[in-house]
Design a protein around this ligand. Structure first.
Ligand SMILES: Cc1cc2nc3c(=O)[nH]c(=O)nc-3n(C[C@H](O)[C@H](O)[C@H](O)COP(=O)(O)OP(=O)(O)OC[C@H]3O[C@@H](n4cnc5c(N)ncnc54)[C@H](O)[C@@H]3O)c2cc1C
Length: 383
């Protein structure tokens, strides 16, 4: 007889570890399954830092969710007695009227978020590492900062265990199927398990696991780079240097201060190459490093000439409109999934965990998830 649970969570990365925690907190009998070890570097939740920001240029309706996430991250820090989130301020730059700055401004105004608008001279004065051309504008928000992703995933797993969840690592789900009584059974490399609900939070592996040909997701290979400038002194320290996103020549890049002894990290926000979680090329190539340096030459010149301390790949799972996809499987209401985080999901992990617990237990949530409806793609012309 297979062991039986209220909920099985497949994939204990950012979202699954949070879901397992929130379900266990609410007294559910939870089994969390992870194919590798939590905090690993083969998915989407590694690389030392993830940005968290409030003036959300992507859409103002993310703002209440991110504000709830701040509360939940702080609660998790208390639960595990560890620091996961650091406030550094966030600077979003680009030509006047670009989406990065005007979208952030729209969210800030709509939700009354603290922010300041800076012109190029003021940006150069306050943050000398940045070299904006005249005409560049910036929105500075004091409450942005970064999370430590590996530690945050491990913290959710630890807290989930402490709240009563059973966690099995090194165990891969190979198959699932609805049962006649409205539940689900799951086969893994170690056995079979049954549950009333299945939560699929398997990141870049989700398109395969969901048997989701109806879901137009693209897995993208992305690179994170750490450049050590010749003079690594004050300008890049936490406290002096903000997290940033810059829209320059139509391309968005982002970066962080020097965190935990590492060099400042940078990356191109979109611009990834299509791949799969299994076949991805994990080597970072010289042309890619050159492309990143060339972007930095026009924005943060001292980093452009710095030595490359480290570089590594990471995966985005991108939806056509770059908004998340959260809800019930169209052919099996007992299967709930959260995917399509499109390169900006990490900061929301705890609120996504809360939403998934709501959906598993109540079938609905108080959080506004209208932007994330899975059926929004089926109405697209030609699909
Ligand atoms: C370079 C880069 C920079 C980013 N920067 C930011 C940022 O600054 N701010 C931000 O908010 N977001 C950022 N993101 C996006 C964010 O990190 C992702 O949206 C988020 O990590 C996705 O979490 P996830 O839980 O869906 O996936 P993951 O964390 O990858 O978790 C999925 C898990 O499922 C497991 N799994 C898969 N299949 C199975 C199976 N069959 N059986 C068992 N386990 C399985 C995997 O091993 C994995 O551990 C960035 C992403 C990248 C790649």
């Amino acid at each position: 007889m297979a062991s039986s649970y209220d909920d099985i969570v497949v994939g204990l990365g950012a979202m699954g570890s949070a879901a397992a925690y929130h379900l266990a907190l609410r007294g559910r009998r939870v089994l969390g399954l992870e194919q590798f070890e939590p905090g690993h570097d083969r998915g989407s939740s590694h690389g030392g830092t993830r940005m968290i920001r409030q003036s959300y240029f992507e859409d103002p309706s993310y703002v209440p969710l991110v504000l709830r996430s701040y509360q939940l991250w702080r609660g998790l820090e208390e639960a595990v007695g560890e620091s996961l989130l650091e406030i550094t301020g966030g600077l979003y730059l680009g030509p006047d009227g670009c989406r990065t700055v005007s979208g952030a401004r729209e969210s800030a105004r709509r939700w009354g978020l603290p922010h300041e608008m800076l012109d190029a001279a003021e940006i150069r004065r306050r943050f000398p590492a940045f070299a904006p051309a005249d005409g560049t504008v910036g929105l500075l928000e004091p409450e942005a900062g970064f999370l430590r992703p590996e530690r945050a995933v491990l913290a959710h797993v630890t807290a989930a265990r402490a709240a009563g969840a059973e966690i099995r690592t090194g165990d891969q789900v190979t198959f699932w199927e609805p049962t006649r009584d409205g539940g689900v059974w799951v086969r893994t490399t170690s056995g079979t398990f049954r549950a009333a609900r299945l939560l699929v939070t398997s990141g870049a592996w989700a398109p395969v696991l969901l048997k989701a040909r109806w879901l137009p997701l693209q897995v993208e290979r992305q690179v994170q780079y750490w450049f050590r400038p010749a003079d690594p002194a004050a300008p890049y320290a936490v406290g002096a240097f903000p997290c940033w996103i810059w829209e320059h020549d139509g391309v968005q890049a982002y970066g962080f201060p020097a965190v935990d002894g590492a060099a400042p990290k940078v990356g191109l926000f979109r611009q990834g190459t299509p791949t799969t979680a299994v076949t991805v090329d994990r080597t970072v190539h010289e042309e890619e490093v050159a492309q990143m340096r060339s972007y930095l030459a026009g924005t943060l010149p001292a980093l452009a000439t710095g030595s490359l301390e480290d570089a590594g790949t990471c995966l985005y799972t991108t939806s056509p409109d770059e908004h998340f996809v959260i809800g019930a499987h169209p052919q099996a209401a007992q299967v709930i999934f959260a995917t399509g985080f499109s390169g900006h999901g990490f900061k929301f992990a705890p609120v996504v965990g809360e939403i998934l617990a709501d959906l598993a237990i109540d079938g609905t949530t108080q959080h506004d998830c209208s932007l994330f409806a899975p059926d929004r793609f089926s109405a697209r012309p030609g699909s």
